[in-house]
Ligand binder design. Sequence first.
Ligand SMILES: Nc1ncnc2c1ncn2[C@@H]1O[C@H](COP(=O)(O)OP(=O)(O)OP(=O)(O)O)[C@@H](O)[C@H]1O
Ligand SMILES: [Mg+2]
Length: 163
Amino acid sequence: METTTQQAPQAIIRGVDIHKRYVMGRDNFVDALQGASLEVQPGEMIGVMGPSGSGKSTLLHILGCLDSLNAGEVWLDGVRVDKLSRRELAALRRNEVGFIFQTFNLVSSFTALENVMLAAEYAGKGRAKRAIRPRMLSPWSGCPIERDIAPTSYPAVSNNGSP
Ligand SMILES: Nc1ncnc2c1ncn2[C@@H]1O[C@H](COP(=O)(O)OP(=O)(O)OP(=O)(O)O)[C@@H](O)[C@H]1O
Ligand SMILES: [Mg+2]
């Protein structure tokens, strides 16, 4: 009999028993996450649902390497990232992670195009790539980003959701 061994695909995101405590003072703290775990497979699309204050944004910030955790593990594409240095985390955020923020965090004195190009600039992309990339994004985002517009003119299309 022929047997085949199928390996499960490696999770693109894996959070294991994540704990997060926000400390505001000596006896003033919030345990926002108390053992959150999840696995996301490549190509999978998930939604995180829960009541206000249940820790959704906290979880997304930790998985996206924007915030630290008190205990647990975070793995991205097979690499454990919760122990990386600040410099390594900055490179990871710049090259591997994309966020659409609820408060969209654009630089208001820049046009929409300049805002998109800024990230490419930090990533060290050449002029041509910087010019092409935002045009590739525009049909996806629905934002006429190639026009020289101020981001504040388009709050409805720029504000796509949490975190
Ligand atoms: N920077 C912070 N300092 C102190 N407490 C915080 C901080 N951020 C979040 N919290 C607290 O942690 C808990 C989880 O908050 P979080 O923002 O992750 O919830 P959420 O599920 O995203 O809520 P919402 O649906 O309202 O966005 C809440 O009690 C919140 O008040
Ligand atoms: Mg939130």
